[in-house]
Design a protein around this ligand. Structure first.
Ligand code: ZN
Length: 378
């Protein structure tokens, strides 16, 4: 075996004042450790050992293994300190006998594959490869003592080592609270190879780091399409309802209020969330939904968006009908939609086309609507 990765995920997240350790904090659809694994090129490592507390192993190991089945993921027991976690994983790896090993903090999800590969490459000619960032800030100590900037380094991970060397350093070391793995090698008088890390490879430790991470994480955009058609009841004296608006026009026939606009919007939202169609949730066989106000269906879709932590980026609705004149009333429909879905009218479009007198719609016997929505994780 050539390359192994140890992912330290034993932290308890005390500094973030959260019940869940930071590496398992969910941001949008994924937690922090998952962000790292999503971005990691599966060709780099032959094995990944995640050092994890027994309690969290029970909770997360199955989902991590199935979500990232393209990685060879194993688990080892985390310890009370970073160093014990590291050592446990190194000992666990004995039977796999890797040549090179990278040890990484799972709270640094933003490291690039380029830097990971560079660390491994440096191990061709060095026993270790430790990334650092030079401080660019003006730094003073508490006693107002000026420090020269060129003497301040922030040490990052992943730290790369020749497996046998770092295993030996861990076994020889008696003090169990080293700051990182490279400091053990220094104690052992092994030469440390330093190289320039990546500024954005931050460690998520405090609330500010979380805010930064949320700001720069890649957005998960999704789209959904919806279509609906209802026949016009030419004999009824009731009014037509389009996107919650009562219109002076013959109404549509349907189990609910037959709001063809809202139905198309609902299906587009449900589609964008990979859910089933509106008929699945609000069956036209269920008497409960007879003459129902379709606003209820829209509110249901809004709830689903919130549950899955998505928001609408833009919504486009197109009616296909000979009448009524949609352009004249579109702003009122937009107002209704914006209130239910809690979005600005600026990102809603309501427009229409006729069917050029063709077919059922063209002869004024039916109205159809189509909608397309774009959503993004919050
Ligand atoms: Zn419908």
């Amino acid at each position: 075996m050539k390359n192994a990765l140890i992912l330290l995920a034993g932290g308890t997240g005390k500094r973030l004042n959260s019940k869940i350790p930071k590496q398992f904090l969910k941001i949008g659809n994924s937690n922090i450790i998952e962000y790292f694994l999503y971005n990691l090129d599966p060709k780099i490592f032959d094995i990944i050992v995640i050092a994890i507390d027994e309690k969290y192993k029970k909770k997360y190991s199955n989902s991590l293994k199935s979500k990232f089945h393209n990685h060879n993921i194993k688990f080892s027991k985390s310890g009370k300190t970073r160093q014990i976690s590291s050592k446990n994983s190194l000992v666990y790896l004995k039977k796999f006998n890797p040549k090179k090993i990278l040890i990484h903090d799972s709270a640094r999800p933003l490291v690039s594959n380029k830097m990971i590969k560079k660390t491994l490459k440096l191990l061709d000619t060095n026993d270790s490869a430790i990334p650092f960032i030079e401080s660019e800030d003006y730094i003073k100590t508490k006693n107002n003592y000026d420090l020269k900037n060129d003497r301040i380094f922030n040490i990052q991970t992943p730290q790369g080592f020749i497996y046998k060397k770092i295993l030996k350093a861990h076994i020889l070391n008696k003090d169990s609270n080293a700051r990182d793995d490279s400091s053990l090698l220094e104690k052992n008088k092994t030469k440390i190879k330093m190289f320039k890390g990546e500024k954005y490879n931050i460690k998520i430790t405090k609330k500010d780091d979380l805010i930064f991470f949320k700001k720069i994480q890649s957005k998960n955009f999704r789209h959904g399409i919806g279509y609906d058609i209802h026949k016009i009841d030419l004999t009824s004296k009731k009014k037509l309802i389009l996107c919650g608006l009562k219109v002076n026009h013959k109404p549509l026939i349907g189990h609910s209020d037959a709001d063809v606009g809202y139905h198309a919007i609902c299906d587009s939202i449900l589609g964008s969330l990979s859910l089933k169609d509106i008929g699945f949730y609000f069956s036209n066989k269920n008497p409960k939904w007879q003459n129902a106000n379709s606003k209820i269906f829209m509110e249901f879709c809004y709830k689903k968006l919130k549950e899955k932590k998505f928001k609408i980026v833009n919504l486009d609705i197109n009616f296909i009908c000979e009448s009524p004149n949609i352009n004249k009333i579109s702003y009122l429909m937009k107002n209704n939609i914006s209130k239910i879905l809690k979005i600005s009218t600026k990102i809603i479009s309501v427009k229409a086309t006729t069917n050029e007198k063709i077919g059922l719609i063209g002869s004024g016997k039916a109205i159809a609507a189509e909608a397309i929505v774009q959503i993004v994780n919050e």
